[in-house]
Design a protein around this ligand. Structure first.
Ligand code: FES
Length: 362
């Protein structure tokens, strides 16, 4: 995800980021003056475009670290797979019908195999556990994609910041940066060395450009300033990790020499200024209160545990419900104005004004 275009839809972030707004305005002035792009934006495609459906077979499975498996996926007939670029993800449709997104961690030059890594989250929504329990070599599954909401723009100077399993989209970026002779560095952070997958593969690219930074050796988690310290002036930063890591990097960006931040986070962004509202399940159903610090999806799933979801960030569309009445505050990045006007709503990110009741078909 490209922070050059500040997401208008994240929980509690209706205002654009001031740094990015200034950066974008400066960029646009230069673009007009020079007649061309000064900073390349991510070649993001509209996420609302339907993704291709693929039939895949698991061809290999291995344990990377404790609770993290890597799956290799291929066309069952041995054919070539659709092309992808670093940062792309695949949307898996699991045997249960759950849909989950996983970044591609392999080499885009390999057209015969996709590679994903999956951390088992027993307290999650069941998707990762299902994958660990059921997907072994020979298993068939459906997928959509690949799609890319975190495109690598191959700027001349690049700092890649990965938190734990967040290394998966950044590994192909490092490979691409090395292949093109870019000035790149990668910092991979985690609790301890045994929580960092792909360490050997990264070192094999260039051991001098890779830093593995663990909390147990450094007495705690790194600050945003520490994470950004290796950034040379003008570097483009790509960050993938948990929400607190991302927040730390965003806060420290103004004081760093970096020029741009592209990011992808795990799961939902924190809700920072949510207002309480309510959702009603049909015109005669119960009314559920959505507090300031929870999403409508979380509240709905208590009453409808089978309500599907995937990204929690308003881009996949899996959680779509139909709005019967009420005035929503759409915060997604997927629905078109026409779809919204027709009643589509993504409750993982969308909210409503204080005291409002949204009546939903779920
Ligand atoms: S879960 Fe992906 S859009 Fe709501």
């Amino acid at each position: 995800m490209d922070l050059l275009t500040p997401p208008p839809d994240l929980y509690g972030r209706p205002r654009a980021d001031r740094f990015l707004t200034r950066l974008t305005a400066i960029q646009d002035r230069y673009v007009q003056a020079l007649g061309g792009p000064l900073l390349r934006r991510s070649p993001r495609r509209p996420l609302s475009r339907p993704a291709a459906q693929l039939q895949l077979v698991v061809t290999a499975r291995r344990e990377l670290i404790a609770d993290v498996i890597e799956l290799s996926l291929a066309d069952p007939s041995g054919g070539q797979l659709p092309r992808w670029q670093p940062g792309a993800h695949l949307r898996l449709v699991l045997p249960s019908g759950r849909e989950r997104h996983y970044s591609l961690s392999g080499d885009p030059a390999d057209r015969r195999s996709y590679r994903i890594a999956v951390r088992k989250l027993p307290e999650g929504g069941g998707g990762s556990v299902e994958i660990h329990d059921t997907l072994h070599p020979g298993a068939r599954l459906t997928a959509r994609g690949p799609r890319n909401g975190f495109a690598f723009c191959a700027e001349p100077t690049v700092l890649l910041l990965a938190g734990g399993i967040g290394i998966t989209p950044l590994l192909p970026m490092a490979r691409e940066a090395q292949r093109h002779g870019l000035d790149w560095q990668l910092v991979h952070v985690g609790r301890s060395a045994d929580t960092l997958p792909y360490a050997d593969e990264l070192r094999a690219l260039d051991p001098h450009r890779v830093v593995l930074r663990t909390d147990d050796e450094h007495g705690g988690v790194p600050t945003g300033a520490e994470l950004l310290a290796p950034a040379p002036r003008g570097a483009a930063v790509y960050c993938c990790g948990p929400a607190p890591m991302l927040a730390a990097v965003q806060q420290a960006l103004d004081e760093s020499p970096a020029s741009a931040l592209h990011f992808e986070r795990f799961g939902a962004a924190p809700i920072t200024d949510g207002k309480p509202f309510a959702v009603r399940l049909g015109t005669d159903g119960p009314t559920l209160e959505v507090p300031v610090d929870r999403s409508a999806l979380d509240v709905l799933r208590e009453a409808r545990p089978d309500l599907p979801y995937s990204c929690h960030q308003g881009f996949c569309g899996t959680c779509e419900v139909r709005l019967r009445s009420g005035t929503p505050d759409h915060r997604d990045r997927r629905l078109t104005p026409e779809q919204r006007a027709a009643g589509a709503l993504l409750p993982c990110v969308s909210r409503a004004a204080e005291g409002e009741t949204l009546v939903l078909d779920v």
